[in-house]
Ligand binder design. Structure first.
Ligand code: G6P
Length: 613
């Protein structure tokens, strides 16, 4: 979604800002803009479309000399919410005087009443955005002290914000603040970079400060002064990012998605390393912060997430019930706080989120906290809002995931959920021997995934048969049912083929009406409980002319013979097999999308991290 970059230092600010925006492109956006100060005036360049158009625009409008003498500015990529992705709606927005510029992530929920009030005072608005209203409000509050003006304005807004503000009257600083939308400040050598995502900071420094909600900072080239909205100083630690710029490069791969699929053996090894205890037949997940007694007393596990993370939760549901003998259920984070979730202090709520910033998942965390549940998170991005608000949980260590379609985060989420279920299971149901056996299976996951990746060329060849289809159905049973849903999501996200995932049995209760001669059905028919019934379901599809691509267990020639095409999945524990099976479907979707010429890393309309409800 929207991205913010701010820079103050010694380098040519427009170039730094545009490079920073490029690093944020993966998040999904539809227009971009930047503001600098020159000769005591704010100058803005904006463009609908990509950062490359903004770059061309700025380089046409502004002289090379202007580029090189500007050492301070703010920039933004906008994912349209209020008003279409036009140049006029793109950020930065100016206040009435044109002396204050603002970039903003999030939503100002009371912008209509603020706008009406400002219009009553003679303000005129050019855009349809909530952000322009905030820019005017800051300008209206500015009585000669930008910091105080931002504080005063933020006291009046409802909603979420991550902002960066410039004033031509105070051209040596940027004011930045957050509530519900992340801001990271990179502390460089004689330069400071503000961003909504550390990816834009990597090229400059590893030293970062994460703002907390309602923090507001006065940033100069060599200082960061953080206060709360009542102007009381607060202290925030400087953290090390722990990954370098190369982690956010394609490293020879055609797309980030392909790179991230290939990174999975290593990512999974990092997620698993040091977390299995072969002596006790359990797992070591210190971040869960729960005593064995608390774990034994738990009444239920509730998993919440959105999109791909929700699908990881669905696999987790099977894992907790099968392995740990504990009632588990998955709830869509978006619904969680709008229904009446029956949650108590013996319930464990696990928030699953790659980014740790998804607004719906964050809202679910807050609701669960309010209801007194044990809340923990499973995040990839270190220091993200959900990770910090839960305080307890397990990091994935998957490394930066740039492609909008999630791959390595999903498989690491499932691996960590299996380890959590193993830990709970040992306190409830598992013998030491059972635990050791499962730990050995989990340890093998990176190698199992590597075996699937070796079939890349074969999968690329198969993809040709499916690249022209309009619809596709994915079916599975047991833990392969969520795999079918994730496979369908991946295909629709990046190839724009209409794809749906169903429980194989559910097909005949409706969706089978859609099957015609040649309709692709992707059947996850690995050797898991219910496979025999799965074979029956495949026959039902075949009888209606469907073209079947099967995922079959290695050596299962009989099942392979029922398929028009097949991909083999190494034999392993049925829950563990969900991971290599999903990797096969990731590769399948990738190659289909590539053959269709789609923009794989940044699919239309999608955002990497959805920070609005
Ligand atoms: C967006 C992304 C999905 C992702 C979902 C949840 O919709 O496009 O790929 O699965 O958000 O994101 P999270 O960061 O919470 O896992």
């Amino acid at each position: 979604m929207c991205g913010i970059v701010g820079y103050i230092g010694k380098s040519d600010a427009p170039t730094v800002l545009i490079n920073g925006l490029r690093r944020l492109e993966y998040r999904g956006y539809d227009s971009a803009g930047l503001a600098i100060i020159d000769d005591e005036r704010i100058i803005i360049s904006k463009s609908a479309g990509k950062v490359s158009s903004l770059n061309e625009r700025a380089r046409t409008d502004w002289s090379p000399d202007l580029f090189s003498r500007s050492t301070l500015g703010i920039a933004h990529t906008r994912w349209a919410t209020h008003g279409p992705p036009t140049e006029v709606n793109a950020h930065p927005h100016l206040d009435r005087t044109g002396e204050v510029a603002l970039v903003h992530n999030g939503i100002i929920e009371n912008y209509r009443s603020l706008r009406a009030r400002l219009e009553g005072k003679g303000h005129h608005f050019y855009s349809e955005t909530d952000t322009e209203v905030l820019a005017h409000l800051i300008g209206d509050c500015d009585k000669g002290d930008l910091f105080q003006a931002v504080c005063d304005a933020l006291h009046q807004v409802e909603g979420t914000f991550g902002i960066a503000v410039l004033s031509s009257r105070e051209p040596e600083k940027i004011i930045t603040a957050r509530r519900g939308s992340p801001i990271v400040i990179g502390v460089g050598d004689g330069e400071t970079i503000i961003a909504s995502d550390a990816a834009a900071i990597l090229a400059h420094t590893q030293r970062v400060i994460y703002l907390d909600d309602d923090d507001i900072a006065i940033v100069t080239a060599d200082s960061v002064d953080i206060r709360d909205l009542h102007n009381i100083p607060v202290t925030r630690e400087i953290a090390e990012l722990g990954f370098d710029a190369a982690a956010a490069e394609k490293c020879g791969h055609e797309h980030f998605m392909l790179k991230e699929i290939h990174e999975q053996p290593e990512a999974l090894a990092n997620a698993i390393r040091g977390r299995l205890d072969f002596n006790l037949g359990s797992s070591v997940l210190a971040g869960m912060g729960t005593s064995p007694r608390e774990l034994a007393d738990l009444g239920r596990v509730v998993l919440v997430g959105c999109g791909t993370s929700l699908h990881a939760g669905l696999v987790g549901e099977y894992a907790f019930e099968d392995l740990a003998d504990i009632h588990a259920e998955v709830q869509q984070a978006a619904e969680f706080r709008y229904r009446n979730p029956i949650i108590g202090n013996r319930d464990l709520v696990v928030a699953i989120s790659q980014s740790g910033e998804t607004a719906d998942t964050l809202a679910a965390v807050r609701e669960a906290n309010q209801k007194g549940a044990f809340v923990m998170s499973l995040c990839n991005v270190v220091g993200s809002t959900i990770a910090r608000e839960t305080g307890r949980g397990v990091y994935l260590h998957a490394g930066p995931e740039i492609s909008v379609a999630s791959t390595k985060a999903f498989t690491c989420q499932v691996a960590v959920l299996l380890m959590m279920a193993l830990k709970l299971g040992r306190g409830r149901r598992f013998s030491r021997e059972d635990g050791i056996r499962l730990a050995r299976e989990i340890e093998m996951i990176p190698a199992l995934v590597a075996k699937v990746i070796q079939q890349n060329d074969h999968i690329a060849e198969i993809a040709g048969t499916y690249a022209k289809c309009e619809h596709a159905f994915f079916i599975g049973r047991g833990p392969m049912y969520p795999v079918a849903m994730e496979g369908a999501l991946k295909l629709k996200e990046i190839s724009y083929i209409h794809a749906e995932g169903f429980h194989a049995s559910e097909l005949k209760h409706g969706p089978i009406a859609l099957l015609e001669k040649g309709t692709p059905v992707i059947a996850i028919a690995c050797d898991v409980p219910g496979k025999d019934k799965m074979l029956g379901n495949i026959e039902e599809c075949r009888a209606r002319g469907a073209h079947i691509l099967g995922l079959v267990s290695e050596g299962d020639h009989e099942t392979a013979e029922c398929m028009d095409d097949f991909i083999t999945i190494p034999r392993c524990h049925p829950l563990v097999a969900t991971i290599p099976a999903v990797v096969a479907l990731q590769l399948f979707s990738y190659h289909v999308a590539r053959l269709r010429g789609c923009e794989i890393d940044q699919p239309r309309n999608l955002a990497k991290s959805v920070t609005v409800e």
